[in-house]
Design a protein around this ligand. Structure first.
Ligand SMILES: C[S@@+](CC[C@H](N)C(=O)[O-])C[C@H]1O[C@@H](n2cnc3c(N)ncnc32)[C@H](O)[C@@H]1O
Length: 317
């Protein structure tokens, strides 16, 4: 397992330079949000999950705990769980503990070095579970590692990560996941539309961890690519756009400046923004429509009493 994981980590890491250069040379500068996640970014995301303002993680964890037995029944015995964007793989432990004889677990994550540590801890805690980790980008065609002997495969896509895609791209991604899984079901966590003040607070925490997470894109470029971004000369800015029903995240240049990239300089005017992430919010109904367009039959859905977050069980048609 480790040699293959190391190989995928290595072949994968070099896309950041290209993504950064291309994104910063667009008329509207952007850096794709998948590049937030090197080992440092993954650790910062974990810190975000523990913030008082970040209701998503504790609400989704509570939903998983409350409905674990029912979810396990829907997934069935001897299943292989494929997780898209596994991060710390904390949430899947709730499923693994509830499932009947789980056969295997295949975490996919772009943050390869972080994934390696996560898999080591899982192997120690679940010695009978077959592990088939994959360092890679789940938006690209991926060959899922073969895990022989599972009775069925189920996808797991928690964390509201689906919100990082526009509704059309989310539909296309769900369709690709359905194909990758080869049928079966998908359990997906979706953040819901709500009071914009709550959303604003969640992405603008008092401790400044989300700001550090956002700026990690530039810090990562300095570390990995010998770029020379002045981190203090960019501001974290994350407003809610009620018309598009999404949080938009930017790094705003506080002055006229330039930065060195591996393939040349890039200029910023004062006030110019780099778009770094969108996080779309859905109603339960609008998400079920997208899932249906992607070829799933939306089945069970669970939400908390304040309707902050939702968990959807989708079955491939
Ligand atoms: C919002 S975090 C969610 C983490 C975890 N699933 C949770 O619910 O707490 C997104 C995760 O997906 C990974 N990720 C983001 N974009 C990805 C991509 N295109 N391909 C693979 N992994 C990706 C990140 O490294 C990160 O671990």
């Amino acid at each position: 397992m480790d040699a293959r994981l190391a190989e995928t980590i290595e072949s994968f890491d070099d896309s950041f330079a290209r993504g950064l250069s291309e994104g910063l040379r667009r008329a509207q500068k952007e850096i794709p949000c998948k590049y937030f996640y090197d080992a440092e970014g993954s650790a910062l995301f974990e810190a975000i999950c523990a913030l008082p303002e970040y209701y998503q993680t504790r609400t989704e964890v509570a939903l998983l705990r409350r409905h674990a037995a029912e979810i396990a029944g829907l997934i069935g015995a001897r299943a292989e769980i494929v997780e898209f964007g596994a991060g710390s793989a904390r949430k899947v432990r709730i499923l693994l503990d509830a499932l009947e004889s789980p056969h295997g677990y295949s975490p996919i994550d772009i943050s390869g070095a972080y994934l390696r540590g996560v898999v080591q801890r899982l192997a120690a805690d679940y010695p009978r579970l077959r592990l088939a980790p994959l360092a890679g980008d789940f938006t690209l065609p991926l060959q899922l590692p073969a895990l022989a002997g599972a009775a069925r495969r189920a996808g797991f896509f928690p964390g509201g990560t689906i919100g990082n895609f526009t509704p059309d791209a989310a539909m296309a991604l769900l369709r690709r996941m359905r194909e990758m899984l080869g049928g079966g079901g998908l359990l997906v966590g979706v953040d819901l539309v709500k009071d914009p003040a709550l959303l604003h607070a969640a992405y603008n925490d008092a401790a400044g961890i989300t700001a550090a997470f956002n700026k990690n894109l530039l810090a990562r470029a300095n570390r990995e690519l010998a770029a020379d971004f002045d981190l203090d000369a960019f501001a974290h800015y994350a407003p809610y756009n009620p018309k598009a029903q999404r949080i938009e995240m930017y790094l705003v240049s506080l002055k006229r400046q330039s930065a060195r990239l591996p393939d040349g300089m890039v200029e910023f005017s004062a006030g110019e923004a780099i778009h770094t992430e969108d996080s779309h919010k859905y109603s339960i109904e609008s998400f079920r429509e997208i899932a249906a367009r992607a070829g799933f039959s939306p089945r069970a859905v669970w939400t908390d009493e304040n309707r902050l977050f939702s968990l959807h069980w989708l079955e491939a048609r």
